[in-house]
Design a binder for this molecule. Structure first.
Ligand code: FRU
Length: 497
């Protein structure tokens, strides 16, 4: 019997698929960013199941189609040939079993023996004598790239075997990978001290899993619960990515609230214990959470994240969808630090190149041909005769979003106070940034409602949403003192395939 004929689509999933089909209109599609994944309709959060299946990239995501707020979690689904142009597929999972009736939470995917394997968190809520009891377990669904069957053995990983005192409620977001004939998964968990820990599990058959180790533990140092872990080896180092809840701000490295953490170190496959060498934030912008990676067929480690903030979600009323993903980024470890740059496939979508070399900037000025809301702009700033340099993006008479470099302090500020938001919330973020070889290099991607900045060839990334009206598309430069800049600017256009 073929897989297709075995897969039963539940009423809950049918309803979601029907709802999204009805909601997709030309107007809704026109409003969407060109290169950033967002839901057909409704709310999204974490990227899930980022994987290659039958030669195409699949990206799932936490999804509630019926409103632009978080609700009972489904998995939305999109597919791409090149990580840049994405096509919506019907929702893949809905909360339709006892063990996931309160939500199909985050998880991951891989291709195995021609099948697409999803490992996700089932959430169950029960009323008991002692009040509401929540249970999170890891569950399997296997499919053909469109339809997925939850397996009969579910749940396949329980929290019970964890060290004493570990939470039974906070046990989620499995990230699966395969090495030889063994499958591994890291899971977000909370230890007896109330803060995060990352257990590693292994399995030979995807159904029976055993605890291998506790890879790393928060010990109340970096936030509380560690969500959405990912673990891989890259450039000779072991890398753990995780998204801590309840962080306290620390210098300019970590901001408060839900943050992003990258731990780089060494780890042997014998014991799966991570020995830390470097701890850093993954992104320094206002909107970045829950990154997940996959390996491309040509061996690149590529990361995508939710471009939104839990404490400050920007979901404008006039749009049918809320939230989006970052641009996928190629990762490297250079000098013990995580570097990230937009996937090289983006470059195929560049057009209308405009270049300026060695332009002297003093008071605020625009440069002919440098404007737009779908752009790939690189600015190199040089000189010793300036204190501050400011780039105005998405600008009209009333609005702008600023990127400001304070050369004396070595601080880069992202400021979207004047991007048209009418709510009183955090709109600025500062981070440390230093000149390299006598210049600061900023590559800035704008795709309608997002700004992603890559500092010094990927040493730092800064990702934020801006919902400024699309008519605000001017760009200007300004220096306090005199700076010299080189600018390379492209419009980013979708192919007419
Ligand atoms: C992270 C997270 C995950 C969870 C999901 C629920 O943003 O809280 O830990 O699986 O969102 O939507």
């Amino acid at each position: 019997m073929s897989m297709e004929s075995r897969i039963q689509v539940s009423e809950t999933l049918k309803k979601a698929r029907e709802y999204e089909r009805k909601s997709i209109t030309e107007e809704v599609n026109r409003q969407k960013p060109s290169f950033h994944v967002c839901a057909p309709v409704g709310w999204i959060n974490d990227p899930n199941g980022f994987s290659v299946y039958k030669g195409e990239y699949h990206l799932f995501y936490q999804y509630y189609p019926y409103a632009k707020v978080w609700g009972p979690m489904h998995w939305g689904h999109s597919v791409s040939k090149d990580l840049v142009e994405w096509k919506d597929l019907p929702a893949a999972l809905a909360p339709d079993k006892d063990y996931d009736s309160a939500g199909c939470f985050s998880g991951s995917a891989l291709e195995y023996q021609g099948q697409h394997v999803l490992l996700y968190t089932g959430v169950e809520e029960k009323e008991t004598e002692n009040g509401k009891q929540i249970r999170q377990t890891q569950c399997l669904a296997i499919g053909d790239g469109t339809d997925y069957q939850k397996t009969e053995e579910n749940p396949v990983i329980y929290p019970d075997g964890l060290p004493q005192g570990s939470s039974l409620e906070d046990f989620r977001d499995p990230k699966i990978w395969q090495e030889g004939d063994t499958f591994y998964a890291v899971v977000g968990s909370r230890s007896s001290d109330g803060s995060g820990q990352i257990p590693v599990y292994s399995s030979k058959d995807l159904r029976n899993w055993e605890l291998v180790s506790i890879l790393d533990k928060c010990e109340n140092q970096y936030g509380k619960m560690w969500e959405c872990p990912d673990f891989f080896f890259l450039d000779g180092k072991a890398v753990l990515l995780t998204s801590p809840q309840d962080m306290e701000a620390e210098g300019l490295e970590f901001h408060s609230g839900n943050g992003s953490l990258c731990i780089i170190g060494s780890c042997s496959r014998e014991d799966f214990i991570l020995h830390r060498e470097k701890v850093q934030a993954i992104d320094y912008g206002l909107d970045f959470y829950a990154p997940q990676t996959t390996l491309t067929p040509d061996g690149r480690r590529v990361m995508i994240a939710w471009l939104q903030s839990w404490d400050n979600p920007l979901t404008p009323e006039h749009l049918a969808w809320g939230g989006m993903m970052t641009i996928p980024r190629e990762l490297q470890v250079i000098d013990g630090r995580l570097y990230q740059n937009p996937v090289r496939e983006m470059e195929q979508y560049r057009s209308e190149k405009v270049q300026y070399d060695c332009v002297r900037i003093r008071e605020k000025q625009s440069l002919e041909g440098i404007r737009g809301r779908q752009i790939d702009l690189t600015v190199e700033i040089r000189g010793k005769d300036y204190d501050k340099f400011k780039i105005y993006l998405a600008m009209d008479k009333k609005h702008h979003t600023a990127v400001i470099y304070d050369r004396r302090e070595g601080i880069l500020t992202f400021d979207r106070r004047y991007s048209g938001d009418r709510r009183d919330r955090i709109h600025t973020r500062e981070m440390e940034a230093e000149e390299k070889d006598g210049k600061l290099k900023l590559r800035i991607l704008v795709d309608k409602y997002s700004v992603e900045i890559f500092v010094n060839d990927g040493e730092k990334a800064v990702s934020s949403l801006i919902y400024t009206g699309l008519e605000a598309e001017e760009i200007a430069f300004e220096a306090k003192g005199e700076a010299e800049i080189s600018v390379c600017h492209y419009q980013m256009e979708k192919s007419e395939k």
